[in-house]
Design a protein around this ligand. Structure first.
Ligand code: DQA
Length: 142
């Protein structure tokens, strides 16, 4: 299978920000692990990160129009909690999107308990640190 791992706002600082919440691995290190994980399973993976909501919308449109992946693993960061534009983009495409969070958003501040994306996603995985991404890939394949 071909996966796109899509990361949204502030995820470029993973490993550098709020280490007690998000861990010490950088996004590049996490992505390198995911590349090895996918390779070992005979899968392909590409990565995209942006802090700009519209660029994430564009990427979702791109993979849909170009039919360039089979599933999207998406950590939208704080956009998760209020971006109707991303929600509509996910709803618009016929590629399964898995919502991922490294932290357990339900054990944190109340505003993080709300996701405007979940109901248009194939499923949601949160709370397993960097392994949340691997769990999502595993779940899509199972
Ligand atoms: C996050 C959780 C969000 O609430 C937060 O805004 C993030 C990261 C996570 O991976 O746990 O930036 O998506």
């Amino acid at each position: 299978m071909k996966f796109l791992v899509l990361n949204g706002v502030n995820l470029n600082l993973t490993g550098l920000r709020e280490k007690s919440v998000y861990g010490t691995k950088t996004l590049d290190e996490i992505n390198a692990e995911l590349t090895a994980f996918c390779k070992a399973n005979g899968d392909e993976v590409t990565f995209y990160q942006s802090n700009i909501e519209g660029e994430l919308v564009n990427k979702l449109h791109e993979v849909f129009l170009q039919k360039s992946c089979d599933a999207v693993i998406f950590n939208a960061g704080a956009f998760t909690h209020y971006s109707y534009a991303l929600r509509d983009a996910i709803a618009a495409i016929d590629i399964p999107v898995v919502e991922v969070h490294m932290s357990n958003v339900h054990a944190r501040e109340e505003f993080r308990h709300i996701s405007v994306l979940s109901s248009v996603c194939k499923g949601v995985i949160c709370g397993f640190g960097a392994n949340s991404y691997k769990a999502a890939i595993f779940a899509v394949k199972a």
